[in-house]
Design a protein around this ligand. Structure first.
Ligand code: FMN
Length: 215
């Protein structure tokens, strides 16, 4: 939107008129600043796409810790996920105890990276909390897990998702190590660290995956 200064015919020698001109200028600059922030908003949307397209599972970590502030940002991203009827079934167990991380790694052949992780988050739900759509709880928790992975990547950390809920043995092992009550179930564990491997972005989209108005 282009706005022209409409005061060219005004008598600028008059003190009052000068004040009006000043107010008009402030108003116009405020509108231009608003327009700029609107377009910056669009640019941020592009950043989100870049984050999605460049995320990879990172399993090799260098030494270094992740601040509480950054952990909170990652948890906030998890809790911002969509959920059925907004039922928000998630609980997040932050695991930064080295012995616990090592025990989970030892008992989970697919989770060995946890030995060197800065921390991990168990995405969990409490079956005592009644939710309107219990059959969609795992969908909700998967959305939270994906948000968590993307937030970690956006902040420059490496992360990988370990599925737990489908496997009773893994579920019991985690419950024992984390001392979780019987009514708490772990959906997934996400391992985080300072990346010590570079993995190239890729896309799996193939023409045969795309269907329109039917199969
Ligand atoms: C439901 C689910 C379970 C996964 N479980 C494991 C796991 O136990 N251990 C592991 O190293 N990676 C696990 N992954 C990560 C996948 O191996 C990884 O996402 C996949 O190979 C694609 O690679 P990318 O994430 O780098 O694109 C899991 C991912 C998902 C979505």
């Amino acid at each position: 939107m282009k706005i022209n200064f409409p005061y060219v015919d005004l008598n600028t020698k008059n003190g009052v008129t000068r004040e009006i001109i000043l107010l008009q200028k402030i108003f116009i600059y405020a509108i231009r600043a608003y327009e700029k922030s609107f377009f910056l908003g669009v640019l941020n949307f592009m950043d989100a796409l870049e984050c999605i397209m460049t995320r990879r599972s990172i399993r090799e970590y260098a030494d270094g810790c992740i601040s509480e502030n950054e952990i909170e940002k990652i948890l906030s991203a998890g809790s911002a996920a969509p959920s059925a009827a907004n039922q928000q079934p998630w609980h997040f167990v932050v695991i930064d105890d080295r012995e616990q991380l090592k025990s989970i790694a030892d008992e989970n052949p697919h989770g060995r990276m946890l030995k060197n992780a800065a921390f991990a988050i168990a995405v969990a739900w409490n079956s005592d909390e009644k939710k309107p759509y219990p059959s969609l709880i795992t969908d909700d928790l998967s959305a939270a897990a994906e948000n968590i992975l993307l937030a970690a990547h956006a902040l420059g950390f490496g992360a990988v998702w370990l599925a737990i809920y489908h496997d009773e043995v893994k579920q019991e092992s985690i419950r024992r190590i984390l001392n979780l009550p019987e009514n708490v179930f772990v959906h997934s564990i996400i391992s985080f660290g300072i990346p010590n491997e570079k993995r190239s972005p890729r896309t799996y989209l193939k023409p045969e995956m795309i269907h329109r108005n039917g199969w």
